[in-house]
Design a protein around this ligand. Sequence first.
Ligand SMILES: O=C(O)CCC(=O)C(=O)O
Length: 341
Amino acid sequence: MVGTDRSPLMQAESRGHTPYRVSVNQYSEFRERGFLTVRGLISHDDVQELNNHMDDVLAGRESFPGVPPAPEHLPPNDIANYWERVHMLHRVSPLHERYLLHPRILDVLEAIIGPDVLALQTMLFFKQPGQPGQGYHQDSYYIPTLPDTLCGAWLALEPATEENGCMWMVAGSQCEPIYPDLDGVTENGDWGLRDIQPIAAASHPDESLNGLARVARKYAGKEVQVEAQPGDVVFFNGHILHRSHANRSKTQSRHTFVGHYCNARSLVPWNYKKNSYEGESANYLHILARGSTHLPYAQPNFDTPCAANRPDLYGKRPSRVQPVSMTPTDKGITVLAPDLE
Ligand SMILES: O=C(O)CCC(=O)C(=O)O
């Protein structure tokens, strides 16, 4: 079958955006290295919209719904440094919901972890000059999905460089299990493996304390500095070891918008902080972005079009997908033996 005549592309064109189609090389790069940078995925205008929003927050012209603003008595420089990052604003802000469900980000996710995509989390990083990074960690430790299909989408809103604290990815480490943490906070991680050694202090920027540094050393020479320009999106597997260093620039912030997603047919025993453990499935709290699912899901709060509210546009599956037998027989049991030929 020729790939280009599949109906999902025509569906995408009717969605009102220029669809992004992942190539075979990009697909295998994501599998092989554990991350994929898609350059210029998001338009300049969209990036500008998010940057204006962040500027307005930093200048005190706008505040996040439900989040107390920076205290007014602070000097301007302290207000600019007041915010490091804010999570889950898509639940209270139409703008954040729109970027969580950005069609071109979902186009990529549909290809690499889909076709059914559940949107779980948003994070807005200010990372002003001097603000800290985050040491080696694996996102699936924090956001378990069963089976594990977690994927982050990290959108650069400003140039991200070595100096201002870009992401670093340990290419190939997506093959590692999830290392349980000795902090005793959760039982997360692949405890079932015979010889797994729990680690201490994931996310700690000090390598001498962060137990995942030992795992990263297995991949010596494979850690990649992921510099990015505004509009680039880095997609990364939930198992990959990654980190970012502090912003050492004196003047250049590193604004980023990050979404986390999984295949909508995974169970998600996760919600953010309050009532964080919902039992086996908190899927009903997360938005069905693409495709369909047999599991519960949430509607978007602000009507952003997605599979949950527009199954006609975003929930369709390729109509010609069907199982194909490897042997030309209609019998349930197949015996392959030379003498029976
Ligand atoms: O942007 C950063 O500095 C860190 C982001 C990160 O590690 C993540 O989203 O998992």
